[in-house]
Design a protein around this ligand. Structure first.
Ligand SMILES: Cc1cc2nc3c(=O)[nH]c(=O)nc-3n(C[C@H](O)[C@H](O)[C@H](O)COP(=O)(O)O)c2cc1C
Length: 361
């Protein structure tokens, strides 16, 4: 019932709050004997870390993890793997003055409505700080999935779009602080984010993702279709408001004769010559790259005065303090990749257990 766990065969449970003692994740279902590359995990975490550029929140967290269980002599043991992150730069004082007020479009009111009280320090459990645990789990999942390759990038910030059809490497994505692989678009996006931040405002945008080298046959037929699980994974991210698989909404503008993906025999086996399906048909991977899009809203916390109410419903003005991201898009990229890795790892292990798809005899 409580919704802090995700996945069935590769099952992750995250815990912790923004300004509590620590955050962490328990991964259950990781096969034994996997040599975990801890440096690669830390590199993933460093991509999500706050304060990595002038475009993101200036909270300073090292995001170094401790392994509490499930790991021995450099390998996973097959028992629950627990990773812990101690909060180092928690500063709840900035939130004292607004703790009785509801930030418009944040989770303050709904947490009170559900639980009757809430941890008001920096958004508590609703803070994107929770995603440090997901990125750690995603970094473990990636190691299980090699040679599958997951790359996400910023496609749009506000009205500024990069050209369609990009298919970048992670190295190229990480060359710009905005994580947009098209240099001219990246420069314009960066300038826009700085302008928005100087006005105390926030701005949203869109992340594109691709998963390459996916074997045909991953995914379940009905309720756990691969794209349904990807949609849930992406929409579980804080500030995520939309998900599209393959051609998405734009595909509705085409006729079937243009939209269908023709099949062809290739050296790798049966593949398509187009990819409007985004690598998934009938909920199951077809061997083409899996492509998807995630929309993120402009974040709720603004340094501009807004109308709101207090816990008793009295009208009030709110002007939050604290450290905030004016645009979550650059930091959302590793989160999107991590959630994609969790979904793929779950379906990979399910296929392995059932002997389906790449594990057919
Ligand atoms: C990387 C990242 C950073 C975020 N930083 C902030 C922030 O600084 N301030 C804020 O109000 N919301 C921030 N958010 C979004 C909130 O966590 C989120 O809007 C809030 O929990 C309410 O949930 P909802 O938007 O999904 O409804 C961030 C989200 C992400 C993905």
């Amino acid at each position: 019932m409580p919704g802090n766990s995700f996945g069935s065969s590769f099952r992750v449970t995250t815990f912790g709050e923004s300004h509590g003692g620590a955050l962490g994740v328990v991964i259950d279902g990781l096969p034994p004997g996997l040599s975990l590359d801890l440096a690669a995990m830390q590199a993933e975490l460093d991509r999500r870390r706050p304060g990595q550029s002038s475009l993101t929140t200036q909270r300073k967290e090292g995001d170094r993890f401790e392994i509490l269980s499930g790991f021995f002599e450099g390998k996973s043991t097959g028992t629950p793997l627990t990773l812990l992150f101690r909060n180092e730069d928690a500063d709840p004082r900035a939130y004292e003055s607004t703790k009785q007020l509801y930030r418009p479009s944040h989770a303050d009111y709904t947490y009170d409505a559900k639980y009757g009280f809430r941890d008001w320090r920096g958004g508590g459990r609703a803070s994107a700080r929770e995603t440090v645990a997901r990125v750690a789990a995603g970094a473990v999942a990636r190691q299980l999935l090699a040679p599958m390759e997951i790359v996400a990038w910023v496609q749009r910030v506000g009205p500024l779009s990069a050209p369609e059809g990009l298919d970048p490497s992670r190295e190229v994505v990480d060359q710009s602080p905005v994580r947009c692989p098209h240099p001219e678009s990246a420069a314009a996006m960066e300038a826009l984010i700085k302008e928005v931040r100087s006005e105390g405002d926030s701005i949203g945008g869109v992340v594109h993702g691709v998963i390459r080298n996916v074997p045909p046959g991953l995914g379940e037929p009905v309720f756990d279709k691969l794209e349904a699980d990807l949609a849930k994974a992406m929409l579980s991210l804080p500030a995520a408001k939309g998900f599209e698989s393959g051609s998405g909404y734009a595909g509705t503008l085409l006729r079937g004769s243009r939209h269908n993906d023709p099949f062809a025999a290739t050296q790798q086996g049966i593949r398509c010559t187009r990819n409007h399906s985004g690598g998934i048909q009938g909920g199951i991977s077809n061997g083409m790259p899996i492509t998807f899009t995630v929309a993120f809203k402009p974040v709720a916390t603004l340094f501009i005065e807004q109308d709101t109410v207090d816990r008793e419903g009295n009208p009030a003005k709110i002007r939050p303090r604290g450290r905030h991201d004016p645009c979550v898009l650059p930091r959302a990229v590793p989160l999107v990749e991590a959630m994609a890795a969790l979904v793929l790892a779950d379906h990979f292990l399910r296929a392995r257990a059932q002997g389906t798809g790449p594990f057919l005899p």
